[in-house]
Design a protein around this ligand. Structure first.
Ligand code: ARG
Length: 466
C-alpha cells in the first residue's frame, strides 16, 4: 500500500514516493554542504519578508535564531539529515518548522528553484576565492624555487628536443603565467556569479510585494559601488547553469596546466634528465623494485586533470537540449561541480607541497645546457649581423651542424678554417657565440629569458604574489 505523502509538496498527492524513488531522487547526501549558503539565503529572504510586511519583525527574529541554531548543529555534526526530505533546503526548513512556528512563512515568495540558484551562486563566490588563494600558495612555492636557483640554466625544449638555453626560472615563470591566468579566470567566474537570483520564484516571480534588491544587498550581491545586482529574467534565472560550466571549465583548464607542469617534472626527475629531485614526502616506492622512487604526486596531478575535464563534459551534456526552465535533471549539476572544486583545491595544495620540497641538480642542468648546438640559432643571428639574409644563414649553420655531426666533434670545436669554408662570413670570432652568458645577455626584449628581463620578472612576481 502506498504511504500518504508527508513531503512539503504533498498536498496534491494521495501517495508518497516509493522508497526506491526517494533513494533515486534525494540530493541531501551531496547538497548538504550548501547548508551555510542556504541558511544565509533564508536569513536574507526572511529579513526582506519582514521589511515588505509579509512577516513580523518578531517572526523574522525567531526564524533567524532558529536558523543560527540549526547551522551550529550542522557544523557540530549533530544535525539529523533525512533523505525522505530530499534535499538540503527541505531538511533545514523542516527542522526549523519544528522549533519555530513562523518558519511556515519562510517559503513565502520563494521556490527551491531560485533558492538553489542562490545557494550555488554563493557557493561559487566562495569556491573561487578558496581556489584563488590555494593557487597563489602554489605560485609562491614556485617563486621560492626560482629565487634559490636564480642562476641555473637549462635547455628549453620544443618537440621535446633541446632547443635553446633558458634560465630555469624562466621556465618556472611560464608556469606562473599559466597559474595566474587560472586565478584570473576564477576571478571572472566569481564576478559572473555576483547576481542575485532570489525572488524570481519557480519561474514567473510572485504576486507578493517583495524587494529583490534588498535581498541582493543583504547577501552581498553588489557591484563595486555597493549597488545591488539582481538577475534580469525570471525564466533564465532558474534555467541558467552557465556558471557551473564556467567554473568547471576554469578548473579543467587549471587541470590541463597542472598536467603539463607535472609532465615536465616527471621528465625532469627521470634518470635521463635528472634536473630535479622531488621530496620523498610526495613520492612513493615500488612494492617489487626496491630502488624505485616514483613521482606519484605529479602523476596524480596529471591524472586528476582527466577527472576535471570529465566534470566539465558532464555539465555540458546535462544542459544541452534541456527545455527552459528548471528540470529535475539539473539536480545532477552539483556532484561534478563539488568534485571539481574539491579536486582542484587538493591539486593546488599538492603542487605547492611537491614544489616546496623540490631540489635542483645544478650539475645535471649545467651539463645539459653546455650542449653548444643549443646556440646554433645564435650563430645564424651572428651571420645576419654580418649582412647575410636569415634564410641563407640558417642553411649555412645547418651545414656546420652537419659537419660537426659527421666529424663527431662538438659544434664549437670545429676548426675555424673548416667552418669558414661553409660560409665565408664566418670569421675567427665565431666561437664567441657559444659563450652562454653572453648569449643570454643579448636577449633583452620583453618576455625573453635574458638576465635583465629575468630581473624584471622576479620583481613583477614578487609584487604580484605578495
Ligand atoms: N534539489 C533540487 C536541485 O538541486 C532543488 C530544486 C528542486 N526544484 C524542484 N522543482 N523540484 O535541483
Amino acid at each position: 500500500m502506498a504511504k500518504k505523502s508527508q513531503a512539503t509538496w504533498g498536498g496534491r498527492f494521495t501517495a508518497g514516493p516509493a522508497d526506491l524513488m526517494l533513494q533515486f531522487s534525494e540530493s541531501v547526501s551531496f547538497d548538504r554542504r550548501l547548508a551555510p549558503f542556504d541558511v544565509a539565503g533564508s536569513k536574507a529572504h526572511s529579513a526582506m519578508l519582514a521589511r515588505a510586511g509579509l512577516i513580523t519583525a518578531k517572526e523574522r527574529d525567531a526564524i533567524h535564531a532558529g536558523l543560527d541554531a540549526i547551522l551550529a548543529e550542522i557544523e557540530a555534526g549533530k544535525f539529523h539529515w533525512d533523505t525522505k526530505l530530499e534535499d538540503v533546503h527541505m531538511n533545514i526548513e523542516a527542522a526549523l518548522t519544528k522549533s519555530v512556528p513562523a518558519a511556515a512563512k519562510l517559503h513565502t515568495a520563494r521556490s527551491r528553484n531560485d533558492q538553489v540558484a542562490t545557494d550555488m551562486r554563493l557557493f561559487f563566490k566562495h569556491a573561487c576565492a578558496v581556489l584563488r588563494e590555494k593557487i597563489l600558495g602554489a605560485q609562491r612555492a614556485l617563486l621560492a624555487v626560482a629565487v634559490v636557483n636564480r642562476d641555473v640554466l637549462i635547455p628549453g625544449y620544443t618537440h621535446l628536443q633541446r632547443a635553446q638555453p633558458v634560465y630555469l626560472a624562466h621556465h618556472l615563470f611560464a608556469w606562473l603565467e599559466m597559474l595566474e591566468r587560472d586565478r584570473s579566470r576564477l576571478g571572472d567566474v566569481a564576478t559572473h556569479a555576483n547576481w542575485c537570483p532570489l525572488g524570481v520564484g519557480a519561474i514567473a516571480g510572485t504576486t507578493l510585494p517583495i524587494d529583490r534588491e534588498f535581498t541582493a544587498k543583504a547577501l552581498g550581491f553588489v557591484d563595486a559601488k555597493g549597488r545591488p545586482q539582481v538577475t534580469q529574467n525570471s525564466m533564465d534565472t532558474v534555467a541558467d547553469r552557465d556558471l557551473f560550466i564556467e567554473f568547471a571549465a576554469a578548473c579543467a583548464t587549471f587541470g590541463v596546466h597542472l598536467s603539463r607542469m607535472a609532465e615536465d617534472l616527471i621528465l625532469w626527475t627521470s634518470a635521463e634528465f635528472r634536473f630535479v629531485d622531488l621530496p620523498d614526502e610526495f613520492c612513493t616506492g615500488s612494492s617489487l623494485m626496491p630502488q624505485k622512487k616514483n613521482s606519484d604526486s605529479c602523476e596524480l596531478l596529471r591524472g586528476k586533470s582527466a577527472r576535471l575535464q570529465g566534470n566539465l563534459h558532464t555539465l555540458l551534456t546535462l544542459v544541452k537540449g534541456l527545455p527552459l526552465t528548471y528540470n529535475r535533471d539539473l539536480q545532477e549539476d552539483k556532484p561534478p561541480v563539488f568534485d571539481s572544486f574539491d579536486q582542484a583545491a587538493l591539486c593546488a595544495d599538492v603542487l605547492a607541497g611537491t614544489v616546496a620540497g623540490l631540489t635542483v641538480r645544478r650539475d645535471r642542468c649545467a651539463a645539459a645546457v653546455s650542449d653548444p648546438t643549443l646556440l646554433a640559432t645564435d650563430l645564424a643571428d651572428y651571420l645576419v649581423m654580418k649582412g647575410v639574409p636569415f634564410r641563407e644563414a640558417h642553411h649555412a649553420v645547418g651545414a656546420v651542424v652537419r659537419l660537426a655531426e659527421t666529424n663527431a666533434v662538438a659544434l664549437d670545436q670545429l676548426p675555424t678554417e673548416e667552418v669558414h669554408k661553409v660560409h665565408p662570413a664566418i670569421g675567427p670570432d665565431w666561437t664567441e657565440v657559444f659563450d652562454l652568458s653572453r648569449a643570454l645577455a643579448k636577449r633583452t626584449g620583453t618576455g625573453m629569458p635574458g638576465p635583465k628581463q629575468l630581473a624584471r620578472q622576479f620583481n613583477r612576481w614578487k609584487r604580484l604574489l605578495k
